[in-house]
Design a protein around this ligand. Structure first.
Ligand SMILES: [Zn+2]
Length: 272
């Protein structure tokens, strides 16, 4: 895995879209890649100057904060560069860790979050409060990776499908609840790429760092509502006219997954 091109640094994987992967040691011997994404906040209009507004999709695990901040500094190197929004796919600890540090460093930045995810990052609500359709989550939710942050309400922008926001021409907010009540995906419109958080994962290949797609849904043990999580994948696949590439947060493949691969995995006739 140490030959990952974007290990601990942002690499431009599509025009205007950068990916950085940091390895999260969940416990002894359990290593999980966690990708975060930087998006240039312009509309890629011909002839216009590069924008200095930046958007981040997810902010990694708490133990990754220093590495992520250094990686962001390398891209946002111009004195005018500003991080404007931290767009959260969901509140789990490995997707929200650097948010407080980034809000402190960039006083003008705000957090974009689904309305139903906000209590987990602002009010300390626990995922144990979720009712589930699986015994696995009902049993294991006490070990769920809770958010470890408290974001001030005034630093958030809550969205639902169709709500307008400042950079909607670049990054479209797509509700994909199931893994958590307010899970969301972000469609980078100019490059037809969608960042889906944990709605789809690609880490089960053996060896773990192989590039062969081994696609799965989210982890059952940390997924609040499995039926809705499957509907979320249906919804992502229904965007086929606007999407070529799916970028899961947990994936050793820097190029993401072509939507056709996810289609093969998630063929309803293969589903139980
Ligand atoms: Zn995750």
């Amino acid at each position: 895995m140490h030959d990952l091109p974007d290990l601990n640094k942002f690499v431009e994987v599509r025009p205007g879209l950068w990916r950085c992967t940091i390895i999260w040691q969940v416990s002894v011997g359990v290593l999980v890649p966690v990708a975060t994404f930087l998006v240039r906040g312009d509309s890629l209009e011909q002839g216009s100057d590069p924008a200095h507004d930046w958007l981040l999709v997810d902010s990694g695990a708490p133990m990754q904060v220093d590495t992520l901040l250094k990686a962001i500094d390398q891209v946002l190197a111009h004195e005018k560069d500003q991080l404007r929004f931290i767009c959260i796919t969901h509140a789990h600890i490995d997707h929200t860790g650097a948010t407080p540090a980034l809000l402190e460093k960039y006083p003008g930045a705000k957090v974009v979050v689904h309305e139903e995810e906000k209590p987990f990052i602002c009010d300390g609500e626990s995922f144990r409060s979720c009712t589930s359709d699986t015994w696995t989550f009902s049993l294991l939710k006490h070990f769920s990776h809770e958010a470890d942050v408290r974001i001030p309400h005034e630093r958030t922008v809550t969205l639902r499908d169709g709500d307008q926001w400042e950079f909607e021409h670049v990054l479209k907010f797509v509700e994909t609840p199931g893994h958590t009540p307010g899970s969301a995906s972000y469609l980078h419109i100019p490059t037809r790429s969608i960042m889906v958080g944990d709605a789809v994962m690609n880490i089960a290949s053996m060896p773990l760092w192989s590039r062969i797609p081994c696609i799965s849904g989210p982890l059952v043990m940390s997924t609040c509502h499995w039926g809705n999580a499957m509907k979320a994948i249906d919804k992502i696949l229904s965007l086929k006219d606007d999407v070529d590439t799916i970028f899961p947060a947990h994936d050793y493949n820097v190029e993401g997954l072509h939507i056709d691969h996810v289609h093969e995995f998630h063929n309803p006739s293969n589903r139980q």
